[in-house]
Design a protein around this ligand. Sequence first.
Ligand SMILES: [Zn+2]
Length: 257
Amino acid sequence: MNESVWMQHLTWEEVKTAIDDSQGTIILPVGSTEQHGPHLPVGTDTMVANGIAEAAAREAGVLVAPPLWFGWSPHHMVLPGTITIRPEILIEVAYDMVESLHHHGLDKFIFVNGHRIVNIAWLQIAGERAKRKLGVKVALFDPAYMSKSFVREMGWGEVGHAEEIEGSHMWHLYPDLVKMERAVDHPHTPASLYHVDPAYPEDTLCYVPSSPAEQEVLAQASGGTGGMPSKASREEGARYHNHLVKRLVEVVHMLQG
Ligand SMILES: [Zn+2]
């Protein structure tokens, strides 16, 4: 295996060797480019996916594809730096990435999603089509689902936006890009029927679209943050990261088994 697990760092000859060495397995980080409050960079969702993918790939001896830096983010267009791509385009891009890589001999694909619930729908559609048309194995690894027990243990609040979960993780991975002193808390308002967090114990609607007007309220109140970034901890971010890396390595082995 080469020193770098990132495909874009390798020559085609090195890619060929890496494909053979990886039992045809590749991790594809997918995120977004969107506002993440006054304290986190707009690349946060892609960066956390990259961080998990890189560490797990190194441990499991597999490749990582160049990240997809864009997701479906219409609800964050109220603040600058957000780029939203239509989900019908994203389905085609994700499918074409898999089809191209399959052409070169890869047949086990793990999408790591850094952009939570809004990316899941189109990744599921692309993944299902790839499995049906190409006969490949596809898995979708989502940190919110893969850390349900861990987050409860940490005493962190529900999944929000740029909250203590993302804040802790980014603080651990990219401390120079985090401006925690600029963070503004915006506690979750109690809602009886809708929680974004899959770990939430009560019955809940699975998805309610967020309107630009609602996001404008959040932008005014907290600069785009939903949750309690003041609870973020660099040490807990490291534990959270290690938990996710371990789970992703398990998924790689499951697909290879
Ligand atoms: Zn995010």
